[in-house]
Design a binder for this molecule. Structure first.
Ligand SMILES: COc1cccc(COC(=O)c2cn[nH]c2)c1
Length: 239
């Protein structure tokens, strides 16, 4: 898998050479390239933004540098196998399902917006050439797409076959948040008693049926309490 990052702060992506992702990059599973959008400007100030047409506060990212960067980094011929990701507060929700879809593609280009956003024609042009995902991580605003791109990267790369050290943990995960729509049950490990707080007895019983029921009940309870949006009327019937 090849990952490209287009940003006016490419240094954000130096971190991808470290930790889990570092291993993937090292063992050839993932190739990472960060690019400075200003390399495709031609004025002395390396300008990437301008005032919004129609007025309004803030600045908008000019289309020209993006277009020239696309030409050089991706190419000038349409190719739907290239996935271009625009993290944006106005994007579609980024979910584990989208992460799964992206984990099997060969190439992802992350376009990191700054200021108030990117000239819309950049996204329209990208849609005419590649497969575009405008995705939101949640209902809050960051200063730019870089942190979102890092989060999306981690969610995607950890699903790439051969990447996770213990694929079983991925398999079990498939029964938690996002898959059957329930939140993960509470987790415990040793010591059994810690600062006057004990591990629930059922988990020490060795009775796998009871343990599975306790976990399911906890997932349902937590989901009802914290994520009414995830529960529908027959959640108990379904589980
Ligand atoms: C596309 O233009 C912009 C402009 C400003 C910030 C950003 C970064 O994305 C977010 O802020 C975000 C993503 N999910 N939730 C919030 C993009």
């Amino acid at each position: 898998m090849r990952l490209d990052y287009l940003s006016i702060f490419p240094g954000y992506f130096d971190v991808l050479g470290i930790s889990l992702l570092g291993k993937a990059a090292v063992n050839g599973l993932v190739d990472v390239y960060a690019h400075d959008l200003r390399d495709w400007t031609h004025d002395r100030h390396r300008t990437v933004d301008d005032t919004p047409c129609g007025g309004g506060a803030g600045m908008v990212m000019k289309p020209d540098p993006w277009g020239e960067a696309f030409d050089e980094i991706i190419g000038t011929e349409p190719d739907p196998s290239v996935h271009v990701v625009f993290p944006s507060p106005s994007g579609e929700p980024f979910t584990q399902s989208v992460a799964h879809d992206l984990s099997s593609v060969e190439r992802i280009v992350f376009c990191c917006g700054r200021y108030e956003g990117i000239d819309h024609r950049v996204i329209d042009y990208a849609r005419s050439m590649w497969t575009v995902h405008e995705v939101s991580l949640g209902d809050y605003v960051l200063n730019g797409g870089e942190v979102a791109a890092l989060a999306i990267t981690e969610a995607v790369v950890r699903l790439v076959p051969g990447f996770m050290g213990n694929p079983q943990s991925l398999a079990e995960e498939s029964f938690s948040a996002g898959q059957d729509g329930l939140l993960e049950y509470p987790l415990f490990t040793r010591p059994v008693s810690w600062r006057g707080l004990d591990v629930p007895e059922v988990l020490m019983s060795g009775h796998h049926g009871r343990i599975a029921k306790w976990r399911r009940d906890e997932s349902i309870r937590l989901t009802r309490e914290r994520r009414p949006d995830l529960t529908d009327s027959d959640v108990s019937a379904r589980h």
